[in-house]
Design a protein around this ligand. Sequence first.
Ligand SMILES: [Zn+2]
Length: 434
Amino acid sequence: MISARKSALTIPPPVLLANIGQLLTLRSASGNRGPRRASDLKELGIIKDGAVLCLGGKIVSVGTTKDALRDPWLKKHRKKVTEIDCADKVVLPGFVDSHTHPVFVRPRLVDFEKRVEGASYEEIAAAGGGIRSSLDAVRRSAKSVLTMKVMTALAEMAAHGTTTVEAKSGYGLTVESELKSLEAIKDAASRWPGTVVPTLLGAHVVPKEFQVCSQKYVEIVCKEMIPRAAKRKLAQFVDVFCDRGAFTPEETEQIFAAAEKHRLSVRAHMGQLLETVLSPFLRFNPASFDHLDHVNEDDVRQLAKRDTMATLVPGANYFLGLKEYPDARRLIDAGVPVALATDYNPGTSPTISIPMAMSLACTHMRMSPAEAVAAATINGAWALRVADRKGSIEPGKDTDFAMFDANDYREIAYWFGANHCAMTVLNGVVVPHK
Ligand SMILES: [Zn+2]
């Protein structure tokens, strides 16, 4: 479906989105330039009958259609401008999915069935399922096979309104297969008009062959994977799954220190199964802690003072059939900046849909529809440190939009399980979906 190829020489043609029923700019009402927190999280900067003019892949003006049509430049050059009529539509910044694991080969249907029968996450892992069961296929697959899998996921994400995606490796867990996974992400990204932020997740779980000596594996991550991924610029972030059955806080600190040494930023899966004290990691200035089903009061106070994002992924709780969800209200009300992501992965959250994550955020975490929008756009951009370019519709930012067949933005989270995204614009490339 998406065939446009990126080229430094291709300058997107001028585009005018006009007659927009509801334009969600996500411009900060308070003028605060940082991540959105507390009551700022629900400020969407809505313009009725809106218009956005884009030139050279950047947004140049945002306002009402009436004002746009009075613009002298537009009056003079109107014939050269691609005009898109967005009457009776909602237009918002393209979603920023800041947590996905797209480099895998097959769905984990046996795990799915066992879980339905009552087996726990850890029982499935102990029986040979879980993350480790995805390793063989990734290790054996040619890079081109992995590239195709990632490209399929990216195209589906775009069809649901996502224009920026963080993509993790993590189903190879050998030096070669992790680098191969990152190369597949790079190849897929080069053929997709949207934006991909690559993350090395060599520390996803300890592979079976290192079970008796996890420290040896940690050393491979620190001394081989991280330096090689950094040298070849294959990753912007290093992620660690720090939890029961994965990596300890001490191992996580070691891996973060190696990332820092090689000038890669860090993020981590934290507090999904067990509470981990977060404060020792703050000296590494992590971009995000993800999951946070369990988090203590002192850490909540610390996070409220910082730009480290709390990225919530309710798709995992839903798919694992859990009764409990992360306490979004507690985090938001305390002033912690919160992002929403899909956690797209074959074991615990096989969804590419940000609207589904938004719906779950509203129904199971008591986030308002407006908070869900901001958490999946501007705060997602903060979680990936691309908020200077992404996540809101303001002059100077990239031309990334999602258009929904709706009169009201609340419909995005309301009509769960059906896709109402009618069009996405990815770095100026217009991709209609209907
Ligand atoms: Zn994850």
